[in-house]
Design a protein around this ligand. Structure first.
Ligand SMILES: NC(=O)c1ccc[n+]([C@@H]2O[C@H](COP(=O)([O-])OP(=O)(O)OC[C@H]3O[C@@H](n4cnc5c(N)ncnc54)[C@H](OP(=O)(O)O)[C@@H]3O)[C@@H](O)[C@H]2O)c1
Length: 346
């Protein structure tokens, strides 16, 4: 084994109240264990920065996902194999691993989820369009929204990794796609992707602009933003519309022009009167249906083909250096990212 290698880690120092600040994190250097039979030594090349990293900093989460002060922040990563005592891996392989915010790790080869091949697409895409985010979009569109030609599908966070992939897939099905995003640059990129209309969620007339962009109503909706746009979209839904809930808007968020009162009766009325189908989709679906996470062969083949043929566009927003991970999370929470947010460890 490479002599006395250490890993640099970012750990939770204290639980944030509101937006995390630098004092909530510590940098730590720890020795790595020796490689046992079946183990591999990994060097992190890219970290995925995910919104759920903020949620798990809360104590006593009902799903048991809370981390404690002193714990390394969790996340998926693309890693290079430096040394291997597992038959399936050799030095130089690129793998998807859940090592969290750290520079190196020793893991059991049997826990590694997927090898990435740069001939298909840059390996970093294994954390975005060719990874969990693209896969959420793939399942939401193909299993829940199931768009038919001519139908209207609304996609929030349309410039993000899930939204942009979902919008392009819905267009492949012949649907008319209305994207929701923020700011002129993201609007322009969504238009360049071929979305039929793009609405800025920060516009003072957001609700009216969205209604204008959907003259035939809405047949499919992917709730994928942090802002509760469903209160604006659901009244536009057509009978027998399909809603995929891929993200839960943060507490207290309200759509422009709507108050903070209890929206449940209005929500149930929309579902009842229009006979809507509403289904949540979380990472747990991925694990339940595909225990070998992210190796669903249909997704790997379809998305790999689209990427190779240039039929799936994506953006990455890359910051450099492990110590940038907390700042990257802040950018993501503020919605300042433009594309899949990654930290590269050069
Ligand atoms: N179901 C699952 O298993 C699963 C797994 C991972 C992530 N997710 C969810 O999928 C969604 C997309 O994730 P992502 O990491 O790829 O996000 P992202 O789209 O890269 O970034 C989050 C986006 O949310 C939008 N946003 C809307 N309202 C916002 C607000 N009030 N403040 C800040 N941002 C706001 C912004 O996009 P615009 O500027 O374009 O509006 C922002 O860029 C997230 O909501 C995440 O929680 C779900």
């Amino acid at each position: 084994m490479l002599a006395s290698l250490r890993t640099h880690q970012i750990v939770l120092a204290s639980r944030p109240t509101g937006e995390p600040v630098a004092a909530n994190f510590d940098v730590r250097s720890s020795p790595l264990p020796a490689l046992g039979n079946g183990d591999v030594l990994l060097k992190t090349r890219y970290l995925s920065i995910d919104i759920c990293a903020r949620g798990v900093m809360e104590a006593d989460r009902p799903d048991g996902a809370s981390i404690a002060p002193g714990d390394v922040l969790g996340s998926g990563a693309i890693c290079e194999v430096l040394e291997s005592r597992a038959q399936a891996f050799k030095p130089g392989d690129c793998v998807l691993a859940h090592v969290g915010w750290q520079s190196h790790a020793v893991v059991a080869g049997r826990d590694l989820k997927r090898k990435l091949h740069p001939k298909v697409a840059p390996v970093s895409t294994g954390l975005g369009v060719y990874g969990l985010y693209g896969y959420i979009a793939y399942c939401a569109i193909n299993e829940i929204v199931r768009p038919r030609a001519g139908e209207t599908v609304v996609v929030p966070s349309a410039a993000g990794p899930t939204g942009a992939a979902a919008a392009q897939m819905a267009r492949q099905h012949g649907a008319r796609v209305v994207g929701i995003t923020s700011g002129a640059n993201k609007v322009a990129w969504c238009q360049a992707l071929g979305m039929d209309a793009v609405v800025d969620r920060l516009s003072a007339d957001f609700a009216a602009e969205l209604a204008n962009a959907c003259p035939q109503g809405v047949d499919g909706f992917l709730e994928n933003g942090q802002r509760a746009v469903h209160r604006v979209v659901l009244p536009l839904m057509n009978d027998l519309g399909r809603v995929a809930i891929c993200a839960l808007p943060s507490d207290g968020e309200v759509a422009p022009g709507l108050g903070r009162s209890d929206h449940l009766p209005a929500l149930l009325e929309q579902i009842f009167l229009k006979r809507l189908s509403v289904r949540g989709f979380t990472e747990r679906d991925v694990l339940r249906v595909h225990p070998q996470q992210l190796v669903d062969p249909r997704f790997v083949a379809d998305m790999g083909g689209w990427l190779r043929e240039g039929r799936m566009q994506y953006r990455e927003d890359i910051m450099h250096g492990l110590e940038q991970a907390p700042a990257a999370l802040t950018r993501l929470l503020r919605g300042e990212n433009f594309g899949k947010l990654l930290v590269a460890l050069d």
